[in-house]
Design a protein around this ligand. Structure first.
Ligand code: C2E
Ligand code: CA
Ligand code: CA
Length: 846
């Protein structure tokens, strides 16, 4: 074995490896010199004849030929040449004295190497090594008691052993040199091509044995050996070449197979490690065009995976190959093979490289396409289960996860659902625009996410409706606590483009039902939320007693359009009464739904659904029409009573609303001041321009405005200063509580004070008993409405009651509080003809 092109980079300081290399070669040279000196001394005693000179020259020639005839194997940037030197040496030893062979080998190898002009270091190493091989084999033969006359079998055995010693010596001396020169491990070098080296050694041994048989005939036949060697070499090297090529193709096939995976990381790492082996490169680098990702590796491991531009630690020669298809299409990047020294690829290797590059190109494209497909699929899966705006889970995901949770047999703890609905979101959207609405939703989502716990699932169900699935609660009661925290998080005003917007929210809680699964849980939470909304509470927990299961489905289903079309919505009227005289001074229109199968349904159960559907204008007009018709009828019968109609906040956001109202008034030929519109003060966005315009237009046309449920909202006073109304309606809850609660009484008292100072009519709602009537009257309240006087009645029934009267006084429903004489009757209010209004506390009889 010989080393060519070992690393020797000019102009660079010697590395540690280079120093060791020089030391190793030097040592081999010294030992060889000793062997040469010893051989010369031995030869001096020999008497050399003319025949011996011919023999010596033949030996020199054979040694030189042994070096020249070789085949090369490239390992990285180093080419190893497997030569015939040992064969020449051993054959020489079979016919000539060992000291002579040592010297002729040295001379022959030196002659051959000098003509090939490798570096001085390599020449020195080559000469010294072969001299030592000759010496080693010679000593072995001597030790075995070699004689040319030994019988053939013994001779072949002894020569075989000497050859083995030469081969082993060669390995021992050469492998460290290659290892140092290429920076490879000796162990790895030993294993590489071991089979090839063993078979070639065996073949040479057979050749040696055959030659020995020939030489038994005549020593001069030794001259016939070189041609024999040459033809054998040609035969053998062709075989070796064929085999190496076959192996190379097999390896290429295996490699391209291995590239056939869909994961890009795997493609790249396989390509880098396989190309390293396939082309025996010191480093392999793949730089992808798409994103500039660069993967680099050496010796079977990936050393770098990151953006392009990071310089390689190896400098030497680089072989770049574009990664493109066979037809030059689809250039996906570059493959670079790096070597520590100059390298020339064989024709086969170049072809292999091109094939490899195109296989790699296909693999990268496939993997990239697959990754893209996987990304799109994941995106679709995410989009299908998530809300695009807030990134929260969507309804579908909530239903799926909830169903999973409810069907887990041994699920720990309690599962509950909190449904959260923003109270005035539509107004934000309608007036500040959708971009602002989106920001509100996103901030609400963020807040809910921040308050939710790890095991909760926060979802947006659509519009301004959110839901939080609470899992693993220690007890059902904890749900209410957690819901409070969630809704509380929405209480601080939101900052939208510098504007502070407060969104209140209502929440409904339901604990997982025993049956019905997720749809039932959602329905129950919906019922609870609806109860919270209507009761003006922040949070309400589902109570089966307050649930009319069919109704939920009814209103959610498509029943509403039919109800509007079939005039199933009717109106009942509840009289408003002068507390002192019992005289009817007006009537409030209250909607009812006469459902064909469910019978009478009261408004709290269907109003929200009407408001959410697009049917509100049609519904509102139907109610208004019936209310005005009733007023006209009563008027014709001699009872000129104003009719109060409740208005949904959403109607006030509709700029066409005033026009529609005035048109109905004209159609019924009713003066506008016979209509009172009751507004709920939960309309916190009343400062919105559109609401202002709608209300001003109605007011200016003479329509009267009342603030309903007064006292329950937090912005009562500020609202009053914005919307000039004619009437306040004290919420029923204060009237109910006034006898037991000082606070409720105080609210009533201050509302009445306010009414006096702003010159407004105040009506107390929900008067159910005589003591309430009296107490209200004593506080200065003139008007009331409630079961004490009458429940809401159909228009005709109310008219009949008015005509009947109380105690024979038509137009009254109850007897007067006191002797009419004792009551100080005051002049009718300017604003409300037909209603009596005390301006101060009435004087009670002593
Ligand atoms: P509201 O405007 O506060 O109407 C008064 C509610 O109190 C009515 O319930 C009435 O039946 C009830 N009520 C009257 N006196 C008493 C009493 O002495 N004790 C008790 N416990 N309750 C009494 P109703 O008819 O169920 O209406 C509920 C709410 O539905 C109304 O509250 C109103 O906000 C709304 N509403 C009713 N009709 C319409 C409508 O046509 N349009 C709109 N937008 N809302 C309506
Ligand atoms: Ca009302
Ligand atoms: Ca009310």
């Amino acid at each position: 074995m010989a080393v060519e092109d070992a690393v020797a980079r000019p102009g660079e300081g010697k590395t540690e490896a280079e120093r060791q290399l020089t030391l190793h070669v030097g040592l081999v040279c010294v030992v060889a010199a000793v062997a040469v000196a010893f051989s010369v001394r031995q030869l001096v005693h020999l008497d050399l004849s003319g025949d011996d000179l011919t023999l010596s020259l033949t030996l020199v020639f054979m040694a030189a030929l042994g070096v020249r005839i070789n085949w090369r194997i490239r390992i990285r940037a180093t080419v190893h040449a497997i030569s015939w030197s040992e064969t020449a040496i051993v054959l020489g030893l079979a016919v000539a004295p060992a000291p002579l062979v040592v010297l002729t080998t040295g001379v022959g190898v030196a002659t051959a190497l000098l003509s090939m002009k490798p570096s001085p270091l390599k020449t020195a190493f080559g000469v010294a090594k072969s001299t030592l091989l000759a010496a080693g084999a010679g000593v072995t033969l001597h030790a075995l008691g070699w004689s040319e006359t030994a019988d053939l079998r013994h001779a072949i055995g002894m020569v075989g052993l000497a050859y083995a010693v030469a081969v082993v010596l060669d390995e021992v001396l050469t492998l460290p040199v290659i290892a140092l020169a290429t920076g490879t491990q000796v162990r790895r070098l030993f294993r590489d091509d071991l089979g090839l080296r063993l078979t070639s050694a065996l073949a040479r041994f057979v050749l040696i044995a055959v030659t020995l048989v020939i030489l038994r005939g005549d020593n001069r036949l030794l001259l016939a050996v070189p041609p024999l060697v040459l033809s054998l070499h040609l035969l053998y090297s062709n075989q070796v070449k064929a085999r190496t090529e076959q192996q190379a193709w097999q390896r290429l096939a295996r490699t391209t197979d291995a590239l056939n995976v869909v994961d890009l990381d795997e493609v790249l790492s396989t390509a880098v490690t396989q190309a390293g082996e396939l082309f025996s490169a010191d480093e392999v680098e793949i730089e992808l065009r798409d994103g500039g990702r660069t993967v680099r590796g050496a010796g079977g491991t990936i050393g770098y995976d990151g953006p392009a531009g990071e310089p390689s630690t190896i400098d030497g020669s680089v072989l770049p190959v574009r990664l493109e298809g066979h037809d030059g299409s689809a250039d996906v990047g570059v493959l670079r093979l790096r070597f520590r020294g100059p390298v020339q690829l064989s024709e086969r290797e170049q072809y292999t490289l091109r094939t490899f590059a195109s296989a790699l190109c296909t693999a990268v494209r496939n993997a990239q396409a697959y990754a893209e497909l996987a990304r799109v699929a994941a995106e679709h899966a995410h989009a299908a289960t998530h809300d695009a705006l807030t990134g929260l889970a969507n309804r579908r995901q909530l239903m799926e996860r909830g169903t999973e949770q409810l069907s887990t047999r041994h699920a720990e703890g309690v599962t509950a659902l909190v449904l959260i609905d923003l109270n005035h979101f539509k107004e934000v959207n309608d007036t500040l625009g959708h971009a602002a609405g989106d920001q509100v939703l996103m901030q609400v989502a963020d807040r809910l996410r921040a308050v939710a716990q790890a095991e909760d699932l926060v979802a947006r169900l659509g519009g301004d409706e959110f839901a939080v699935l609470l899992r693993g609660l220690p007890a059902p009661a904890v749900a209410a606590h957690r819901a409070e925290a969630l809704i509380g998080a929405l209480h601080q005003p939101l900052d939208v483009d510098g504007m502070r917007i407060s969104v209140e929210a209502s929440g409904g809680i339901a604990v997982a039902p025993a049956s019905g699964g997720m749809p039932e849980l959602l329905r129950r939470a919906d019922v609870a939320m609806y109860q919270a909304k209507r009761a003006g509470q922040r949070v309400s927990t589902y109570a089966p007693t307050r649930d009319t299961a069919d109704l939920g489905r009814l209103t959610l289903g498509g029943e509403l359009p039919r109800a509007v079309a079939d005039h199933e919505f009717t109106v009942n009227f509840q009289p408003i009464v002068d507390l002192a005289s019992g005289e009817v001074t007006g009537a409030e229109a209250l909607a009812r739904w006469h459902h064909p199968t469910h019978g009478m349904i009261d408004p709290l159960r269907f109003l929200e659904a009407v408001e959410r559907s697009g049917l509100l204008p049609a519904f509102a007009e139907a109610i208004l029409d019936q209310a005005l018709l009733a007023a006209v009828t009563w008027r014709a019968a001699g009872f000129d009573l104003p009719v109060s109609v409740n208005v949904s906040p959403r109607s006030l956001l509709d700029a066409r609303f005033p026009g529609a109202v005035l048109a109905r008034l004209r159609a019924h030929d009713l003066p506008p001041d016979r209509l009172v519109l009751e507004l709920t003060e939960t309309l916190t966005l009343s400062q919105l321009d559109v609401v202002d315009r709608v209300l001003s237009r109605l007011r200016d046309s003479g329509v009267r405005l009342a603030l309903d449920d007064f006292g329950t909202g937090y912005s009562s006073l500020s609202l009053l200063s914005r919307i000039p109304v004619h009437e306040l309606k004290i919420d029923r809850s204060f009237v109910t509580a006034m006898e037991s609660s000082a606070e409720a009484a105080a609210v009533i008292r201050s509302t009445l004070d306010l009414g006096r100072s702003l010159d407004l009519t105040v009506v107390a709602e929900g008067v159910e008993s005589e003591p309430q009537r009296r107490a209200l009257w004593e506080l200065g309240c003139a008007a009331g409405q409630g079961h004490l006087f009458a429940r809401p009645l159909p228009s005709g029934s109310l008219l009949a009651a008015l005509q009947r009267g109380s105690g024979g006084r038509p137009g009254t429903l109850v007897p007067p509080l006191h002797d009419t004489g004792a009551v100080i009757r005051l002049a009718p209010g300017r604003r409300q003809p037909g209603r009596s209004r005390p301006t101060g506390l009435p004087h009670l009889p002593a």
